[in-house]
Design a binder for this molecule. Structure first.
Ligand code: SF4
Ligand code: SF4
Length: 383
């Protein structure tokens, strides 16, 4: 594990909410609910499946389908919408004034309908753990969200506890996140059942399994705990208080090839190329792009992709001329792995058990020989 400092100085959240086009991936199992040249309003249903709907983030015209874009580095069809910049939206349905005015059944129905979180709110648990730590040391998305919306987040946690019958809540943040430590410490007294947990600034503390074992005992975990990250909580607030789908997303933009690191609010479906062209001040044309963490994230094969609700960060980094060399047997990859795995052994032995790997990327990051373990370590990329 390693302490790494963040380089974003700007404390504002910037907006990039008017791209010329929006691109919505047509994933397997989804039916197209609109026709070519059809005029649509913001929040109209574009695609539907047995379980849920995908809503339009803008008003405008359906242009048709494009197959030249990638989702998770895989080619697929995308629905293309041209923006009319009118933000025309159908009359909103009445939302209740307080979240605690909803029944448990109504909350679960609305949260599922608008996909505010993938976490099952119906599970009977004793406590709730709110993950307010950014997953990657260079990300600021969660920190900024807390900073700008702490009142909404605290109100939502408190109301969820009341309606879902949860006894207490732990709100974990980074102890170096000074503004939020001060802000939450002074407001949390209004909510006696929510306790602040200040966590050491150590990577990968923002990963769910690492945070859980550092905050709760095995007995407490076995008693039942629901883990929500602050984006989940904010999305639940939006869905219940405004009764509308999640159409926008906070994303950290950073990396050595960008002069204006920032957190930006963008429409889901905005193209990566538009963000880089209109938002980033790029200082070097020879860069590569990594999404969702400089250490644990995925390198994009090309920029023909879009913002989805799972993207938290975009990093532009100079192409590293340093090549991989032979292992010098320093033992660091083994010593630093938070799951006590031996990445070098895993790389060299196809049958080695790698199921506990959380894809934190630390082994690749710290290796002095520049060995890339990402193709060799398996496991799930947990939230
Ligand atoms: S083996 Fe997996 S869990 Fe261990 S450091 Fe590497 S990526 Fe992280
Ligand atoms: S960190 Fe790199 S150089 Fe050191 S033992 Fe692991 S693979 Fe070898």
């Amino acid at each position: 594990m390693k302490n790494i400092k963040n380089n974003i100085k700007d404390t504002q959240i910037h907006d990039y909410l008017n791209p010329e086009f929006i691109y919505i991936p047509i994933e397997p199992g989804y039916r197209i609910e609109v026709k070519e040249n059809q005029h649509i309003r913001k929040e109209d249903v574009l695609l539907s499946s047995e379980k849920n709907n995908i809503y339009s983030p803008i008003s405008g015209t359906i242009i048709g389908k494009s197959n030249s874009l990638l989702l998770n580095n895989k080619q697929m069809d995308f629905l293309v919408i041209e923006n009319d910049y009118k933000e025309e939206v159908k009359k909103p349905k009445g939302a209740k004034r307080y979240i605690s005015d909803y029944s448990k059944k109504e909350i679960i129905e609305l949260v599922n309908k608008y996909q505010a979180t993938s976490i099952n709110l119906n599970k009977k648990v004793k406590r709730i753990l709110i993950n307010g730590l950014d997953k990657d040391p260079y990300e600021k998305t969660r920190s900024y969200l807390i900073n700008h919306s702490s009142d909404k987040i605290l109100e939502t946690i408190d109301s969820l506890m009341n309606v879902l019958g949860i006894e207490d809540a732990l709100f974990a943040i980074n102890n170096n996140d000074t503004d939020n430590v001060i802000n939450l410490s002074s407001h949390i007294g209004t909510y006696p059942n929510i306790k602040l947990k200040l966590m050491p600034d150590i990577y990968p503390m923002g990963f769910k399994s690492i945070l859980l074992r550092n905050v709760l005992s095995k007995k407490q975990i076995d008693e039942g705990v629901m883990v929500l990250n602050v984006e989940d909580v904010y999305n639940i607030y939006t869905v219940l208080k405004r009764r509308k789908p999640i159409l926008e997303k906070l994303v950290t933009i950073s990396g050595k090839s960008v002069d204006n690191s920032m957190v930006v609010n963008v429409k889901i479906g905005t193209s990566m190329q538009d963000i880089i062209k209109h938002v980033c001040k790029v200082n070097d044309d020879k860069y590569f792009v990594v999404v969702n963490g400089l250490i644990s994230g995925t390198t994009l094969e090309n920029l023909n992709t879009v913002i989805t609700k799972d993207i938290r960060s975009i990093f532009l980094s100079p192409i590293d001329e340093q090549k991989e060399v032979a292992c010098i047997n320093c033992g660091l990859c083994n010593l630093k792995c938070p799951m006590h795995l031996n990445p070098k052994y895993i790389k060299e032995h196809k049958k080695a058990d790698k199921s506990k790997c959380i894809h934190c990327g630390l082994c690749t990051y710290i290796c002095p020989s520049k060995i890339n373990f990402k193709p060799y370590v398996g496991g799930s990329n947990e939230e």
